[in-house]
Design a protein around this ligand. Structure first.
Ligand code: 5AD
Ligand code: SF4
Length: 444
């Protein structure tokens, strides 16, 4: 069995990794650690004894980048104490800012250059910082077994593709992560099997747009099925789906396999067809609502979550109202909600002025957040009396006598313990709810 655990051997040089951004970045940090462990490094959880400090970064919104600039200043304090410490910025921000970062840190490496990290670390000196920001059309890190950094050893990410070929006009990702490419399906199935053999109970298949997965004659629906067949006890999740691409075949495949979790993250971004057109999402409000209807007609219990952007270029009060009415219609289980942040180099930044005043953006975002709170509660109230199978994650944060874990729909459940461990399944019935949690009783 290949090693998927962190090595903490004190005789090895130590790497500390901080991760920002999406689940794909979390998994990339695991790939980076695997590459560095093979090159003789070990992981440290404390920055104070690190020989190498890495930040795996995100560029999706300006505030994500600002946080990292603040952290770089703190990393540099470490250099005052130990002048040989190497500071590396990797990931999306490295790709976007390149030389600007190289002026201030030792190593800059983009998302497709992680295999070169050992060589960059070998070559780096205080006088010669090192950079590799080449994007690739092929790199999928297919042969690398990520070193798992999750704490409980039950749920893991598997990247099934990299990059993105959509050109949503607001989004920096196609520029930081390059062209879309799908990973060899056999290596994905092998990784899922390896996780199962190591005691994992849940895998989440990751891609910017999983519906466009395509490797030889394997499409996403087929891949889902192949992973679901690894073991009926292995739960399969995936993220992110694109409303323009999610196919009936995927929906029916989910319905066919009990261990494919009934949850779809389907970012809508806006409820206004005018905004969706300017965002280049390639669907409109009606199309989105039809996809939701289709999902619910096949799987009435399917969780649907979303992303919403408030205050995109030229957004009128009517457009904003369209977002609110769509949210009321769909009743999402939960949502990630953001104020539009202009990203230099994107299509929107070139052709549409970022013209919604800060106060208006914030007010609209707050309205969206408040509405979603009510919708989450409404969606949870519908679960009262239902029986669900929950994968135990650990003790509940509020009451250590109780357990918490997620239902297939991805909703968080809290229920009395009978001494189960993380990774065990429990059957529960929902008794009462908050907007964030289902409070349940045991029926097993
Ligand atoms: N500004 C605000 N939010 C954005 N997202 C992507 N780009 C931007 C941006 N420029 C949001 C989208 C996407 C999620 C990952 O981040 O909602 O689905
Ligand atoms: Fe992930 Fe996008 Fe942020 Fe890159 S920019 S880390 S792809 S969310």
């Amino acid at each position: 069995m290949r090693n998927i655990k962190p090595i903490t051997d004190p005789s090895r040089p130590k790497v500390y990794i901080e991760t920002y951004g999406c689940q794909m970045n979390v998994n990339d940090s695991e790939v980076i650690l695997s590459i560095l462990q093979d090159a003789g490094y070990a992981l440290t959880e404390t920055i104070d004894d690190a020989d190498v400090i890495l930040a795996n970064t995100c560029s999706i919104r300006d505030n994500a980048e600002q946080r990292v600039w603040g952290r770089i200043d703190q990393f540099k304090l470490q250099k005052r104490k130990r002048k040989n410490v190497v500071i590396g910025i990797v990931g999306c921000m490295a790709e976007r800012l390149k030389d600007r970062l190289l002026e201030t840190v030792d190593i800059v490496a983009g998302p497709d250059s992680y295999r070169s990290l050992p060589a960059l670390l070998e070559a780096v000196t205080p006088e010669s910082p090192q950079m590799n920001v080449l994007l690739s059309h092929e790199e999928t890190y297919a042969d690398i077994s990520p070193v798992r950094l999750d704490r409980n050893g039950i749920s893991a990410f598997i990247s099934i593709m990299r990059g993105c070929n959509n050109v949503c006009s607001y989004c920096i990702v196609p520029y930081t992560r390059g062209r879309e490419r799908s990973r060899d399906a056999h290596t994905i199935v092998r990784e899922a099997q390896e996780l199962w053999d190591n005691g994992y109970k849940e895998v989440t298949l990751l891609g910017q747009n999983v519906d466009s997965y395509s490797w030889e004659d394997v499409n996403f629906a087929r891949l889902l099925e192949m992973v679901a067949q690894v073991n009926p006890g292995l739960r399969v999740r995936f993220s992110t789906s694109h409303p323009k691409d999610i196919s009936d075949e995927v929906i029916y495949t989910m319905a066919k396999h009990e261990n494919i979790c009934r949850h779809i993250h389907l970012p809508v971004q806006s409820g206004s067809s005018v905004m969706l057109e300017k965002m280049r999402r390639k669907y409109d409000r009606e199309w989105y609502l039809e996809r939701v209807d289709k999902i619910r007609s096949v799987m009435p219990d399917c969780g649907i979550t979303t992303d919403v952007i408030a205050g995109f270029c030229g957004e009128t009060e009517q457009d904003h109202q369209d977002t609110l009415t769509l949210m009321e219609k769909v009743v999402f289980d939960s949502a990630f909600m953001f104020a539009y942040s202009e990203r230099p180099g994107t299509l929107a930044s070139k052709v549409y002025p970022d013209d919604i005043p800060y106060e208006v953006k914030t007010a609209r975002l707050n309205e969206i957040i408040a509405l979603q709170g009510r919708m989450s509660l409404k969606s949870n109230e519908k679960e009262i009396g239902k029986v669900m199978k929950v994968l135990v994650e650990g003790p509940s944060k509020k009451n250590p006598e109780e357990l918490c874990g997620r239902a297939g729909s991805n909703k968080m459940c809290v229920f009395p313990s009978k001494g189960e461990k993380p990774g065990d399944y429990c059957e529960v019935e929902v008794v009462s709810v908050t907007s964030a949690t289902l409070l349940c009783r045991r029926i097993d």
